[in-house]
Design a protein around this ligand. Structure first.
Ligand code: SAM
Ligand code: SF4
Length: 335
């Protein structure tokens, strides 16, 4: 992968530097997490409507020229899409994209970890909300816990770094496991990140009373000792970073509900059907796919990126009377 950074810098109307594109490569998934998808799954985007790999590569290359230097592949479950490794190899060759990462539910990670490392993935996020097999089967509606644990071990074995566990914190579901998750960072070089439970489209599982705020989680972890701030050059996106004394890994706290982090938002999102979104919680989208399929010029695609930037809202409105759940499910946006 070329580590060369482009000199171009993209900024939005609020002087935020935008350099990060999350690409959801599929809306299909092998799990059915209750907070993300309904039991029967979601109405699927037809195969013809899903962006082809060469279309994604074109977007990544052009946006890379404008100042996007970080790409994360997500889904649905990205490893469930055929040929995902080819796409990863392709993106890792693009000049200017210095950081290529992946978010996965881990079910297929054991099978893919070594190839992912070879293909150019360095950092990987694995979503895991419980350390108990029965609870895993409940929350994901699938009994795949052993595969996910195996995937995490394989990711560590092949040297992917950092390996981050994303834990959606849900009161009444995993509040009794916070300490167990935090203790994992004492034993293993893992980053455990707690994410406040968010209201998202397509499911009715969210309830404000089930939100476990970052303050509550930090208070609980405080029982293990002081949380030592981690400073470093590298930002961990919206996560505040800490470490327990003597720990091999880190802790991260992401608080979209209790204190929005929009001031530092540096990201755009591309959906599986080729819509560019400026905010996770805004349904304003720009259709890149129709232009791609009409053989538009490179300049046109770059102009569409600039229009999206101009429309990036200042902040989301979860805690205001204006809040409306977005129309798409998380699986069709990519989280
Ligand atoms: N399937 C992959 C996975 O689960 O990691 C990638 C896609 S998933 C939509 C991306 C992230 O969104 C996951 O970490 C998931 O836990 C998170 N997510 C989904 N619904 C959420 C919700 N209602 N609140 C907070 N996080 C959520
Ligand atoms: Fe699938 Fe990820 Fe959504 Fe769970 S959170 S249903 S694994 S897309």
């Amino acid at each position: 992968m070329s580590g060369r950074r482009v000199e171009t810098m993209l900024t939005d109307n609020f002087a935020r530097r935008i350099n990060y594109l999350r690409i959801s490569i599929t809306d299909r998934c092998n799990l059915r997490c209750r907070y993300c998808m309904p039991d029967g799954g979601i109405p699927l985007i037809s195969h013809e409507e899903v962006l082809r790999y060469e279309e994604i590569l074109r977007v990544a290359r052009l946006f890379g020229q404008l100042g996007i230097d970080k790409i994360r592949l997500t889904g649905g479950e990205p490893l469930a899409r055929k040929g995902a490794l080819d796409l990863i190899r392709g993106i890792s060759q693009i000049r200017g994209i210095g950081d290529l990462s992946l978010t996965t539910n881990g079910v297929l990670l054991g099978e893919f970890a070594a190839d992912l490392a070879r293909a150019g993935i360095k950092r990987i996020n694995v979503s895991l909300d419980t350390l108990n097999r029965e609870k895993f089967a409940y929350i994901t509606r699938r009994d795949r816990f052993p595969e996910v644990l195996n995937g995490i071990e394989k990711a560590l074995d092949v040297g992917l770094f950092p390996v981050k566990l994303n834990v959606v914190a849900i009161k009444g579901f995993n509040d009794d496991e916070i300490l167990q998750f935090a203790k994992l960072t004492l034993e293993k070089p893992l980053t455990v990140r707690f994410i406040e439970f968010m209201p998202t489209g397509g499911v009715d599982f969210w309830n404000r009373d089930h939100v476990l705020t970052v303050d509550m989680i930090r208070k609980e972890i405080g029982k293990l000792g002081p949380l030592i701030p981690v400073d470093g050059d590298e930002m961990d996106g919206p996560a505040a970073r800490f470490r327990l004394r003597g720990a091999r890994g880190e802790l991260g706290f992401i608080s979209p509900i209790s204190s929005h982090f929009c001031n530092n938002c540096n990201r755009l999102r591309l959906t599986p059907d080729g819509k560019l979104r400026a905010c996770l919680f805004s349904d304003h989208e720009i259709d890149l796919k129709s232009h791609l399929r009409n053989h538009c010029s490179d300049k046109k695609l770059k102009d569409l990126l600039m229009t999206t930037l101009r429309n990036k809202p200042k902040r989301h409105s979860i805690n205001t009377s204006l809040f409306r759940k977005c129309q798409r499910t998380m699986a069709a946006i990519g989280g």
